[in-house]
Design a protein around this ligand. Structure first.
Ligand SMILES: Nc1ncnc2c1ncn2[C@@H]1O[C@H](COP(=O)(O)OP(=O)(O)OP(=O)(O)O)[C@@H](O)[C@H]1O
Ligand SMILES: [Mg+2]
Length: 404
């Protein structure tokens, strides 16, 4: 699907880079797994349309989604330590593993690869990240070529847990708009850990502390600004899309809320940086005692409300919370399609099983309208009847995949 669209997204004062839409699809065209979980070796060629994976419990459906999730910054949908992913067979773990994907996107075909490579027989392993065969600086580099978002059963508790899972959820959505976001986040967290070590060890080196705080202030305000802007755009997009209709997916009110974000409401980013730097410098003793920084971008949170019910997401039912998350993910995909020229790859693990018939139909319609390559799993092919002939169907069984 190609098209020129005008996006309403760019606004004056936007902190996010703006790109011009060229091609509205971005999809995995080939996936290769080597010694990955229950897959010894797999090559899967797929087209741009949604991919439906069905099979019995334990067949390897979620493992396939996990493999794709390694093309997003971070540790994938299971947050697994990398050695855990290596294929276990007869109690023996493979010495390394690899996942490679060919992605067809606005920039043409790109080959992405990652995994753990054995340096020597039975010896140490090292993490590998390659783009078009060339070593890349880290997994964050994938964000320039592909955006991957997901909804997994683990996220059913997203609104009940602490803020860090929600920040990660927002960060994954920001990566699609700003590939630098992942690197900034890593820099921020590294500086925060460095400062905390100095405070813990009572290193009275104020120049060193000030340098870490300077980094935290600059990257922290950039993180806050990007999260706040993407969440505000999502909020606007959801209102626009759903209008006053409540069904099939709820109208969601989203705010990214925190101290640094409120400073950005009050004045320019440079002033917010000054305030964060000064706050951190003034709270060294307290943060040292607390064992963590009590101020900064890592303290903010995504606040979600079900607008029709005027109720906090945490008070909604499991099914309602799932529908809220779906509404957010679909809005994100639509915005990204407009701003970047390519909808993200959407991984939906066991989502259809939780939806009633009407919502399953609505989900299929939305995904097809987005032109997004969504990968959906389930144990029963009947859950996906709404896709009709417009999706690719595969049967997964004991680490092998067959088109049906
Ligand atoms: N490192 C590993 N090596 C080999 N097999 C593994 C490894 N890690 C997990 N597995 C196995 O992979 C199999 C498939 O897991 P997966 O979670 O993909 O199943 P699934 O098809 O999503 O099933 P369900 O419908 O129950 O969610 C499981 O039997 C699991 O024990
Ligand atoms: Mg599964």
């Amino acid at each position: 699907m190609t098209g020129i669209i005008t996006t309403s997204v760019p606004r004056s004062g936007s902190v996010l880079p703006v790109t011009v839409a060229r091609d509205l699809t971005s999809h995995v065209s080939r996936l290769d797994l080597t010694a990955f979980r229950n897959y010894a070796a797999l090559r899967l060629n797929v087209g741009a349309s949604p991919v439906i994976l069905t099979g019995a419990n334990g067949a390897g459906k979620t493992n396939l989604l996990e493999a794709l999730s390694f093309f997003a910054p971070g540790r994938g949908i299971r947050k697994a330590p990398l050695p855990e992913v290596a294929r276990l067979s007869g109690g023996v773990s493979a010495s390394g593993w690899a996942v490679a994907a060919q992605v067809a996107g606005p920039d043409g075909l790109v080959s992405l690869g990652t995994g753990l490579e054995a340096r020597s027989k039975g010896g140490a392993t090292r993490r590998v990240v390659r783009i078009n065969g060339e070593p890349a600086r880290g997994q964050a580099a994938f964000a320039e070529h592909v955006s991957v978002v997901w909804l997994t059963p683990d996220m059913d508790r997203l609104f009940m847990e602490g803020g860090s899972a929600r920040r990660q959820f927002v960060d994954r959505m920001v990566y699609g708009f700003d590939a630098e976001h992942a690197r900034r986040l890593a820099t921020y967290e590294q500086a925060m850990r460095g400062r905390q070590r100095l405070l813990r060890d009572n290193v009275g080196d104020s120049a060193w502390l000030a340098a870490e705080e300077e980094t935290m202030a600059a990257t922290g305000v950039a993180l806050a600004a990007a999260r706040r802007e993407v969440v505000a755009r999502l909020d606007a997009a959801i209102s626009e899309e759903e209008g006053l209709r409540e069904a099939p997916f709820p109208i969601v009110r989203l705010v990214f809320d925190g101290e640094v974000e409120s400073w950005l409401d009050d004045g320019p980013a440079l002033e917010a940086e000054d305030r964060l730097r000064a706050t951190l410098a003034g709270r060294r003793a307290r943060d040292g005692e607390a064992g963590r920084a009590l101020h900064g971008a890592h303290r903010s949170d995504l606040v979600v409300r079900h607008r029709g019910k005027e109720m906090a997401a945490a008070l909604c039912s499991t099914g309602e919370q799932k529908a809220l998350l779906i509404a957010i993910i679909l809005a994100h995909a639509r915005l990204l399609g407009m701003a970047r020229g390519a909808a993200p790859i959407i991984l939906l693990d066991e989502v259809a099983a939780h939806l009633d018939e009407g919502r399953r139909v609505a989900l299929a319609e939305r995904i097809l309208a987005l032109g997004a390559q969504a990968w959906l799993t389930g144990t029963d092919t009947r859950l996906f009847e709404a896709f009709d002939g417009q999706a690719q169907r595969f049967e997964v069984s004991s680490g092998s995949v067959r088109q049906i």
